[in-house]
Design a protein around this ligand. Structure first.
Ligand code: AMP
Ligand code: MG
Length: 379
């Protein structure tokens, strides 16, 4: 079947994510080298006794105990002796093996191995992991919690643990706290603030902005102490969709505007000086999905982490029809590991959004029941 493309000007999602990634600064992470041998001494890897393996099962007189952190110089083994030792403790002089507690008996105050020990048993030898000076992490290796542990082990400065500050501001003259029938409450603002908070940002939820270019410009020029501003609304083709023009007039770099996604086409991203503006569409499902796709990407980049991959894969329990050429994100419930499509009413359908466990990716032509597809879990 020939696929038509009604939207040749729209940017594919992956390309938009890539542009955002490349446009944002990321911390430079210097290479990490081992400060010293790892471990720096031979260490016990079990609780037991440290002894000389060549003396076999001969009874040992126990001289004392070494704990993790004890100075091993306190003991020196001679023939027929051993030292009780705990996991992580450095081996005393003269010892070359550990016999674990489980393989020991005691009689007349002596420790008796019940097995024939071999040199090196249950010992982590000095330098087993790395030699002093070895390269542990190449420069600019993305951070994760495990790599932070490695930096801590090597006594290197730790990354700042400040949270990214994210501002949230809805736009629209229709948004009021006590709505008349022709007005609505701001539901996007609290939704996006909750999402940013869950993703680990420090969030500032602001009052909604009017559909007024001067007011929008003032808010963008004085964003306060935030790194990312999430707006919703005002980026589409309506007479009151001022945000793209206001950003351009302020000299912002538009990274992209309008992407190949349903819902969520009007999505905009721009850099205004250091401030990243994610201009989310006003419809709640569109705003939610684009925030879920673009905010983690931006945060990871700014924090020096790897690009996130939010997608999972599962089979559909029922077919989803889709004629349009923009890939569709269709709301689903997760039932025993399979995606059950929900009868959604589109991008304004906040009630279905609140029922969904995730959104299935449906390309043009739709998918049959049982087809496997990627899907985006809700947060
Ligand atoms: P817009 O993109 O500004 O044209 O808005 C698209 C639709 O989303 C309109 O029906 C708006 O009323 C609605 N909308 C915009 N902002 C919000 C918001 N913060 N909360 C709930 N609905 C909104
Ligand atoms: Mg609007």
């Amino acid at each position: 079947m020939a696929m038509s493309c009604d939207h040749p000007d729209l940017l594919p999602l992956e390309e938009a994510l890539r542009r955002l990634w490349e446009a944002l600064p990321t911390p430079h992470l210097p290479e990490l080298r081992a400060e010293r041998d790892d471990p720096a001494t031979d260490r016990a890897s079990m609780d037991g006794i440290a002894l000389k393996a060549s003396e076999g099962r001969a009874p040992r007189r126990v001289l004392g105990t070494l704990f993790a952190g004890s100075d091993p110089a306190a003991f020196s083994l001679t023939s027929g002796t051993a030292v009780r030792i705990m996991t992580g403790a450095a081996l005393p002089l003269g010892a070359d093996a550990i016999v674990p507690v489980e393989q020991l008996e005691s009689a007349d105050g002596m420790a008796l191995p019940t097995i024939d020990p071999a040199a090196g048993d249950h010992v982590r030898p000095r330098g087993e992991q790395a030699r002093g000076g070895d390269l542990l992490l190449a420069a600019d290796t993305p951070l994760n919690a495990a790599r932070v542990a490695l930096q801590a082990q090597e006594g290197r400065p730790l990354p700042a643990r400040t949270r990214l500050r994210v501002g949230v501001a809805s736009t629209g003259d229709e948004l009021v706290p006590t709505p008349a029938p022709h007005q609505i409450r701001d539901s996007n603002g609290p939704m996006l603030a909750a999402l940013a908070h869950i993703l680990g940002a420090e969030v500032e939820l602001r009052s909604a902005l009017p559909d007024d270019p001067a007011a929008l410009a003032a808010a963008l020029q004085h964003p306060g102490d935030i790194r990312i501003l999430l707006t919703s609304g005002g980026v589409s083709m309506g007479d009151h969709d001022h945000l793209p023009a206001v950003l351009r007039d302020l000299g912002a770099t538009i990274l992209f505007h309008r992407i190949r996604l349903k819902p969520g086409k009007p999505m905009l991203a721009a850099l205004l000086g250091d401030l990243l503006v994610l201009g989310l569409p006003g419809n709640p499902v569109s705003a939610y999905l684009n925030a879920l796709l673009f905010l983690p990407q931006a945060m990871a980049r700014l924090e020096g982490r790897s690009a996130p991959d939010p997608w999972r894969r599962a089979r559909l329990t029922a077919p989803v029809k889709h004629k349009g050429d923009r890939p569709l994100l269709h709301p689903c419930r997760l039932v025993e590991g399979r995606l059950e499509p929900l009868p959604g009413k589109g991008s304004a359908d906040l009630i279905t959004l609140a029922k969904a466990d995730g959104f299935a990716w449906i390309e043009q032509g739709g998918l049959e029941a049982g087809a496997k597809t990627r899907w985006l879990p809700v947060v």
